[in-house]
Design a protein. Structure first.
Length: 338
């Protein structure tokens, strides 16, 4: 274990500036400490996010990540901190911030999202069972289901670069049309109920569970206010495969019987894969809804819009203070149909 002498640059200022507030001390300490790991958003290529604020191609205001210096030489008490995104920049969410260990290669681990009261980490995550809100301030905000982690190794510099990776599967069900019985009046939908895969797929190095050990997820309903009523329904699910005749999702109708969508061939064979985004097009009939086709792509190739549809040709990187060079967008997609 390397013995490090660590004296914050602003320690003397804390003694002399007796009339300042505690927040002023913290800000001064962090800003003036030459060993502090500063965080700024330097996003060049953007990864799809599960949110409905704006276009979804940037971090949300007040997003939080947890960053840990896992180096053997890491300074105790300065090796882990939560950072918050606000006004286009990252800063410590509280009094703690991490520092570099000098003259060695530092290793870092980070995860998103950080939610008060939860015990998620770089190696484990509990999937929220209620993802029905598009409001980041709500406890059932769908963005809290978007589990991502990042790791990096580098020596002390003015920039720590992290690239976050999705570990779950994003699914969107879009209504592409209705049967003749809905020619004059469309059903009024509400939040959908997605069923988790019968057999989940292991994600290397991660322990993934579901809140309450449940088997269903309440998803997000995004309304199409036009007369076509081509609504979309979205959730983040664990990767895995369904069994024959399994229910994939129930499109819940206000005051009516839910329309059941059964798992299709793709979900039975390939299943939902970690880091993939799926768009299922369905036709709504009298007693159910049928999957017509599914578009599958890496969860970094399409942008996210408020209606849950995709914008082409966007990829993602997250950078701490500097850009992420060397990222190559994967634009290969394929269409499967029953």
């Amino acid at each position: 274990m390397k013995i490090a002498k660590y004296i914050p640059a602003a320690a003397l200022a804390l003694v002399l500036a007796g009339c300042q507030s505690e927040d002023d001390f913290i800000s001064s300490d962090y800003a003036n400490d030459p060993m502090a790991v500063h965080i700024r958003a330097g996003i060049e290529a953007l990864q799809t996010r599960v949110n409905t604020t704006g276009t979804g191609n940037a971090w949300d205001e007040n997003d939080q990540i947890s960053v840990t210096n896992t180096s053997p030489e890491a300074i105790t008490g300065k090796d882990k901190a939560v950072y918050e995104y606000s006004n286009g920049a990252w800063s410590p969410a509280g009094t703690d911030y991490i520092v570099w260990s000098d003259d060695v290669e530092n290793t870092f681990e980070a995860y998103y999202p950080v939610v008060e009261g939860k015990t998620d980490s770089y190696t484990q995550f509990e999937l929220p069972a209620d993802q029905s809100s598009s409001n980041p301030t709500e406890t059932n905000y769908i963005g809290r289901a978007d589990y991502m982690t990042a790791a990096a190794s580098q020596s002390k510099s003015d920039a720590l670069n992290l690239t976050f990776k999705h570990h779950l599967a994003k699914v969107t069900v879009e209504i592409s049309g209705y049967g003749d019985q809905y020619a004059t009046q469309k059903p009024v939908f509400q939040a959908p109920t997605f069923t988790l895969p019968t057999t989940t797929t292991t994600v290397d190095g991660k322990t993934l569970t579901v809140a309450g050990n449940g088997t269903t997820i309440t998803g997000l309903f995004s309304e199409d206010a036009s007369t076509e009523a081509k609504h979309s329904f979205t959730a983040v699910l664990l990767p895995g495969k369904y069994a024959t005749n399994d229910t994939f999702v129930k499109l819940n109708i206000q005051g009516g019987t839910p329309l059941t969508v059964k798992a299709n061939v793709q979900q039975l064979t390939t299943g939902l894969e970690s880091g993939k985004a799926y768009t299922f097009n369905v036709t709504v009939g009298k007693n159910g809804a049928t999957i017509n086709s599914v578009t599958v792509g890496d969860w970094g190739t399409d942008g996210w819009t408020e209606s849950g549809t995709a914008d082409a040709a966007l990829s993602f990187s997250f950078s701490i203070q500097t850009s992420t060079d060397g990222l190559t967008p994967d634009d290969g997609e394929y269409i499967l149909a029953d």
